[in-house]
Design a protein. Structure first.
Length: 339
């Protein structure tokens, strides 16, 4: 899953105005009639539910809208360029890097990387939102605009304005009400598959989930009268994930939008308390906002081991569905309360 992209965008330049004079039979001294240039194309981002990754934009790196056309004779204006509209997934955050910063990071010396702090522009969370990120230049005036009583034959016109150039960073944060977190192989994918129609990869080895997966939970299927909500399965975290180990550090951002965390523990583990603290420490290191989110602690795989040495709010089995209705009911209650 490509959830980051840094690209350089350049709106189109305005077309130049034309220097022209009327040339008609029996009109020996026709006046200036050079038309105006057309406007350069704008660049927009459009929040779409038809894309779910930033792969295409990450691959392009640089985007340029077309320039406006030059003005014509008889005061005819040049054609304005079409706007460039780029679809992005719901939940995309747009930031602008410092002027002149090329895409990516700047290498200042071997072994050292200078990271340019981006300035947040917008957060596209609603399908249909449209954001102007680079404005096209205005077309230049043709020479007929500059005719005066003392300057009846101006031999100059305006060049078109330059289109805006920016380097922007796009960052995707999935929109889900509930986030599943835990060590690798605790059964997050099995739980998501049990409570929703999502089909994550499930296997008896760590890191089967390599990217966040969303599933829609319908509480009515569990006998609970409530509206549906979205759950995100985050790849398994390990100790040091917030510092770049394993897979978790690049996906922790996706639970920043969630309202509730489900912290899944494995009933067959030798030390549930230590497992719990490892994940809590990684959440704290990534950002205190994650640590402060409402949380339900869930012990999974109780079909394999009924006794635990850790007091949890809910005990379930993703394999047999035992206790899952209680989990869904607790989530509905927390989400309804606005936590």
């Amino acid at each position: 899953m490509i959830d980051e992209a840094t690209i350089k965008v350049q709106a189109g330049d305005g077309g130049p105005g034309l220097v022209s004079f009327r040339r008609e039979k029996f009109v020996p001294k026709g006046g200036p009639d050079g038309g105006d240039g057309g406007k350069g194309g704008d660049i927009f981002l459009f929040c779409s539910n038809e894309v779910n990754t930033l792969f295409d934009l990450n691959r392009l790196k640089q985007l340029k809208a077309k320039n406006g056309q030059p003005g014509g004779k008889n005061r005819s204006s040049g054609k304005s360029a079409d706007d460039l509209v780029l679809p992005v997934p719901q939940g995309t955050i747009i930031s602008q890097l410092a002027a002149g910063t090329p895409p990516g990071t700047l290498r200042v010396q071997p072994g050292a990387t200078l990271r340019v702090a981006p300035v947040k522009i917008a957060d596209l969370t609603q399908v249909g939102q449209r954001l102007l990120i680079a404005k096209g230049g205005k077309g230049g005036w043709g020479n007929w605009h500059f005719a005066t009583s003392t300057q009846q034959a101006p031999r100059y016109a305006q060049t078109g304005e330059k289109g805006e150039q920016k380097t922007i960073k796009l960052e995707l944060k999935l929109i889900a009400q509930v986030g599943l977190v835990g060590l690798p192989n605790v059964g997050k994918s099995s739980l998501l598959a049990r409570i929703s129609a999502a089909k994550p990869k499930i296997a008896d080895y760590p890191f089967t989930t390599l990217e966040p997966i969303l599933g829609v939970v319908n509480p009515k299927q569990w006998g609970i009268d409530s509206t549906s909500f979205v759950v995100a399965d985050i790849p398994g975290l390990i100790e040091g994930a917030s510092a770049g180990k394993g897979l978790g550090d690049q996906f922790l951002r996706h639970i920043e939008r969630t309202k509730v965390l489900v912290h899944l523990l494995d009933a067959t583990s030798q030390d549930l308390k230590q497992d719990y603290q490892i994940i809590r420490s990684e959440l704290a290191d990534f950002g205190r906002s994650l640590l402060n989110k409402p949380e339900i602690v869930v012990i999974n795989k109780i079909d394999l081991k009924q006794t635990t040495n850790f007091k949890a709010a809910i005990k379930i089995s993703g394999a047999t569905s035992e206790g899952i209705d209680q989990l869904i009911r607790s989530l509905v209650k927390m989400l309804s309360a606005g936590t």
